[in-house]
Design a protein around this ligand. Structure first.
Ligand code: HEC
Length: 158
């Protein structure tokens, strides 16, 4: 698939340059990859939380924070191409169709950039090993996850 397209989503998830995203993979690959990115971010948030609530291990928190930072800066916005608003990756996508609407571009950019900023900050704070500061930044980062999920992700079916 050679088509290049600019979608609003490429502005989010850490793409701050105006470079065109190369479209890689079929729709179901893109959905699977973005779900995998999110799962890995979720795992890493879980690790940080466990360290805050339990015995604090600086190296583990650094690993997890660096993983989140890398994924937040990975350009995964490019995995939200037109035509992936429905479909199945590991499971049915939970993206809201609103993410692909041109009217949502400004909001998407806002929540994407907030996520980026907080993820970068998380890595910085983790490196200090200051557990109290990590706890505060974990809260800020978590808010940025919610900021996007509230707008662009469907409620999980329980
Ligand atoms: C810019 C928007 C955005 C941000 C920021 C974001 N997410 Fe997501 N997240 C989504 C979307 C959209 C989906 C649904 C993806 C799909 O099913 O195609 C999702 C899905 C998920 C899932 C479920 C994955 C699956 O298997 O279907 C988890 C877990 C998750 N996000 C965790 C996080 C965590 C933790 C953060 C913050 C550290 C975060 N997300 C930040 C948009 C975002």
């Amino acid at each position: 698939m050679k088509l290049k397209s600019i979608v609003a989503a490429t502005l989010a998830f850490g793409i701050t340059s105006t470079a065109l995203a190369q479209v890689i993979g079929k729709a179901e690959d893109q959905i699977r990859w973005r779900q995998s990115v999110m799962q890995t971010v979720g795992w890493s948030m879980g690790r940080i939380k466990a360290n805050i609530e339990g015995t604090y291990n600086k190296d583990q928190v650094i690993q997890a924070a660096n993983t989140i930072q890398a994924l937040a800066n990975s350009g995964s916005g490019g995995l939200f191409q037109p035509g992936t608003d429905t479909g199945k990756g590991w499971r049915e996508t939970n993206v809201k169709p609103e993410l692909f609407a041109s009217g949502s571009a400004a909001k998407l950019k806002e929540v994407g950039m907030a996520y980026n900023k907080e993820a970068n900050e998380m890595a910085k704070v983790a490196a200090t090993g200051d557990a109290a500061a990590v706890k505060v930044q974990f809260g800020n980062l978590g808010k940025s996850c919610k900021g996007c999920h509230d707008e662009f992700r469907k409620e999980e079916k329980k």
